[in-house]
Design a protein around this ligand. Structure first.
Ligand code: ZN
Ligand code: ZN
Length: 77
């Protein structure tokens, strides 16, 4: 049995995600997303797919980046 780091659930099918060389244990992708996915700086949406990043600030889409006055960002995640 392994315990989910996000919700504390003991689950026999828990899985591990390695981030920066450190393993983290989760019982569901939802919990892993909650722990790792950045949020859009403009609308607050969790970025689960490809997002946009500028100097450590994340956006879910080009429209949100432009809403914060940033132009010309390209997908880089
Ligand atoms: Zn969990
Ligand atoms: Zn957004």
């Amino acid at each position: 049995m392994a315990t989910c780091e996000t919700c504390g659930n003991d689950y026999d099918k828990a899985f591990q995600v390695t981030m920066n060389g450190k393993a983290h244990t989760f019982d569901s992708f939802e919990c892993a997303v909650r722990a790792f996915a950045p949020t859009c700086d403009h609308c607050g949406t969790r970025i689960i797919g490809h997002g946009l990043e500028k100097a450590g600030i994340f956006f879910c889409c080009d429209n949100c980046a432009e809403g914060e006055g940033l132009k010309g960002l390209r997908d880089r995640m």
